[in-house]
Structures are given as structure tokens and as C-alpha cells.
Design a protein around this ligand. Structure first.
Ligand SMILES: NC(=O)c1ccc[n+]([C@@H]2O[C@H](COP(=O)([O-])OP(=O)(O)OC[C@H]3O[C@@H](n4cnc5c(N)ncnc54)[C@H](O)[C@@H]3O)[C@@H](O)[C@H]2O)c1
Ligand SMILES: O=C(O)C(=O)C[C@@H](O)[C@H](O)[C@H](O)COP(=O)(O)O
Ligand SMILES: [Zn+2]
Length: 364
């Protein structure tokens, strides 16, 4: 059944996360938000999603809106860059989009982040809607307003905090998602349990088979629980002045690996390696037990994550972590675990300690 999760800022609802099972309600939700027939819509998607879903969405919207155009770019993290943003700017200018018009991000996190950044900057800001189509984008990237692109191969170095007007989540699209992308999404979901909810973490392991079988009721419960965890964090700290950094658990080393493997590993796969390294460092700090660390490694492996990667220099990973946006001066703010379900920001790790954590997952 459908679920609607309100997201607030300063105690006022700024948008809803609508969990549904088809695209049929999208025009109605747009009209309820006040968008009318004369407002132009640009659906932004990628080359894998377009043939699957763009026609259905465009047909539905063309019944209620006079101008609905489609902008498609080649799928992949390597295209999450300013060059792709420029091509979208050109389309919007050529099609005479103005400040009352609307972008719809139909795709995963790459489409969502790039479309959101374009919306944040075109004409100094036009509205956009998230229609996430990967597990990772449904539980994480479509919520909270982090938008942006990679720059010089560094992750999300150019961006803006810019909230969508709606997150429309058609859960049925997960049926066409390759299984490796399901695993990638599980990286952020396991993160949610480890940083905020030990009972949820245990629930994930207890429902392992049902999750990998994409059982609808279990998937909907999991997606709703992860959305709620992220919602609560971003409501408390929308522009990452404090607590929101906890959502970066596993990302300091994860982003470095993602860069150094040339994006050959998916974001969530790199986060899984980063989570394991951070869990190891949490155990070395005397927080986690060796049994808890082993359990996290087994959980990741059970969901299909590699728990070690070869061919990447640990020293290069350490160097890449110095470009992490959580850096304050020469100190990187690491996210560690007090225990499972309870994460914290730690600034005192030495390079030697970080290298020890990197070596726990990276072999040269
Ligand atoms: N803004 C945030 O808060 C946030 C949070 C997490 C991740 N991210 C970013 O999100 C990106 C990763 O997102 P992602 O994992 O969704 O990757 P992605 O956007 O590259 O999508 C993964 C692949 O699946 C394809 N695809 C998408 N939906 C499909 C479907 N329903 N069926 C079949 N194929 C489909 C895509 O074309 C692509 O090839 C990274 O750039 C990461 O930095 C951002
Ligand atoms: O929403 C957040 O905050 C997150 O950290 C979510 C992460 O899963 C996501 O990958 C985010 O893009 C990483 O943030 P960044 O600021 O390191 O780019
Ligand atoms: Zn992430």
C-alpha cells in the first residue's frame, strides 16, 4: 500500500516522500503542488532508464501539461560532471524554460544529483522533482537535497544543498534493476542500521533472503525505514553543520576507493568497503568488539559485498581522503561507531591509524 512521509524544515513540511507502485499518481501530485498546464516540464534521465520508463512517464504527463520534453544523457558515474550539466543548460535555454518551469529527475543517484544541481543553478534556481529508480536513490540520494557533480574525479566537489518539491518513489521499477545495483543500494541501507538503529540492522540480516528476492512487502518496509532514518537526520541538520555527517559513515574511505578505481566499483560497493574499514577502526578504538566487527563483515559478505579490494595503493587511498569535504584544516572528520546503532564524529585519527584501516580492506 502507498505511504507518504513528510519531510520538514524548521517544523514546516517542505516536501513529501510518496512511496507508490506505479507512475499513475505523478500528474495528480504535481497538480496538488500547484503546477499547471502551461508550466513546461523537462524529464531528465539516462540511457538505461529512458527506454524502460521515460515513455510511460511522458505519456502520463502530456495528458495534463502542454510541454513535456525529455533530456537523456549516457548512463554512468563518469558523466556526473559539469559537461553533462552544460548540455542540460543548453536544452533548457533552447526550449525557453523559465523560473516557473520544472525539472523531473527520472533515474538513479547520478541523474538525481545532476538534475538537482542544474535546478539549483539554472536561472539561480527552478523547481525539481525526484523520481528515483534505483534502490540506492530511493533510500538515500533522492532525500535531503544534496545535489552536485564530480570534479577532477573527486566525488561531489561541485554542488549545492537544494531540496526537491516532491520525491515520487515507484517501488515497482526495482524489478528491472540489475542485482549488483540492489547490492549497491544495500550499502547505504546497512549504513543506516549501523549508524542509527541496531534493531533495523538485525532486521536486515533476519530478512536477508526476502530482500535479495525483492519480496514487495519486505522491500517496502526496508525502504520506508531507511527513508525515515535519513529524513530524521536531514531534518535536524539540513546543511551538514553537525549530525548529518553521520550519513557519511563509510564514505571517507569509500569515496577515495571510488575515485581510485575509476568508478569501476559502484558507489554503494565502495561504501561497503569504507564501512568495514570504519568498523575496524571503531574496534581498534576499543568501541566495537571483535565479534561485532566480524558480524559486520559477515553481513556485508552475505549481501554480496567484497570485503577486500586488490590493486589499489593504500597510500593513494590515504592521499585521496585529504580531499574529503569533511576535512577541517588538516584534520579529517571520521565517522566511527560507539556501538552498533550509535555513530559519532571523531577528529583525532592519525594518518597511521587511517592507513591501518585502509589496509584492512585494500591490498596494493
Ligand atoms: N545526494 C545524495 O545524498 C546521495 C546519496 C547517495 C549517493 N549519491 C550519489 O548517487 C550516485 C549513485 O547512485 P545510483 O547507485 O543510483 O547509481 P546510478 O544513478 O548510476 O544508477 C545505477 C545504474 O542503474 C541504471 N538504472 C537506474 N534505474 C534503473 C532501473 N529501475 N532499472 C534498470 N536500470 C536502472 C542506471 O542507468 C545506471 O546504469 C553516486 O554518484 C553517489 O555519489 C548521492
Ligand atoms: O545525505 C548525506 O549527507 C550523505 O552523506 C549521504 C551519502 O550516502 C551520499 O553519498 C552523499 O552524497 C555523500 O555526501 P558528500 O558530502 O560526501 O558528497
Ligand atoms: Zn553515499
Amino acid at each position: 500500500m502507498a505511504q507518504s512521509i513528510p519531510v520538514k524544515a524548521n517544523d514546516s513540511i517542505i516536501y513529501h516522500i510518496e512511496l507508490v507502485h506505479d507512475f499513475s499518481m505523478l500528474p495528480t501530485f504535481l497538480q496538488q503542488l500547484g503546477y499547471g498546464r502551461t508550466q513546461k516540464i523537462c524529464i531528465v534521465t539516462d540511457s538505461n532508464v529512458a527506454p524502460l520508463y521515460a515513455r510511460d512517464v511522458q505519456d502520463l504527463l502530456e495528458k495534463e501539461f502542454d510541454t513535456v520534453i525529455l533530456h537523456t544523457f549516457e548512463a554512468g558515474e563518469h558523466n556526473k560532471n559539469l559537461e553533462t550539466v552544460n548540455t542540460l543548460y543548453q536544452t533548457l535555454i533552447e526550449q525557453h524554460f523559465d523560473r516557473q518551469d520544472l525539472l523531473i529527475a527520472l533515474g538513479g543517484g547520478v541523474v538525481g544529483d545532476l538534475t538537482g544541481f542544474t535546478a539549483a543553478t539554472y536561472l539561480r534556481g527552478i523547481d525539481f522533482i525526484q523520481v528515483p529508480t534505483t534502490l540506492l536513490s530511493q533510500v538515500d540520494s533522492s532525500i535531503g537535497g544534496k545535489t552536485g557533480v564530480d570534479f577532477m574525479q573527486y566525488k561531489n566537489m561541485v554542488g549545492a544543498f537544494y531540496q526537491p518539491k516532491l520525491v515520487y518513489m515507484n517501488l515497482s521499477v526495482l524489478q528491472s534493476l540489475p542485482s549488483r545495483q540492489i547490492v549497491s543500494g544495500m550499502g547505504e541501507i546497512i549504513k543506516h542500521g549501523l549508524i542509527k538503529d541496531d534493531a533495523y540492522y538485525e532486521w536486515l540480516m533476519a530478512h536477508h533472503d526476502a530482500i535479495l528476492a525483492l519480496e514487495p512487502a519486505v522491500m517496502e518496509e526496508m525502504i520506508a525505514r531507511s527513508c525515515d532514518i535519513k529524513r530524521e537526520v536531514v531534518e535536524h541538520d539540513p546543511t551538514e553543520k553537525g549530525e548529518r555527517a553521520l550519513l557519511n559513515f563509510g564514505h571517507t574511505i569509500g569515496h577515495a576507493i571510488e575515485k581510485l578505481c575509476g568508478f569501476s566499483l559502484y558507489h554503494g560497493e565502495c561504501v561497503g568497503l569504507g564501512i568495514l574499514a570504519a568498523a575496524y577502526l571503531s574496534q581498534k578504538q576499543g568501541n566495537l568488539t571483535k565479534e561485532q566487527l566480524a558480524g559486520i563483515s559477515q553481513c556485508l559478505a552475505a549481501f554480496g559485498f567484497q570485503t577486500q579490494i586488490g590493486g589499489i595503493s593504500p597510500d593513494a587511498v590515504l592521499s585521496a581522503t585529504k580531499s574529503d569535504k569533511k576535512m577541517v584544516g588538516s584534520q579529517v572528520k571520521f565517522i566511527l561507531l560507539h556501538t552498533i546503532g550509535d555513530a559519532y564524529i571523531y577528529r583525532e585519527l592519525s594518518d597511521a591509524q587511517i592507513l591501518d584501516g585502509i589496509r584492512y580492506v585494500c591490498r596494493a
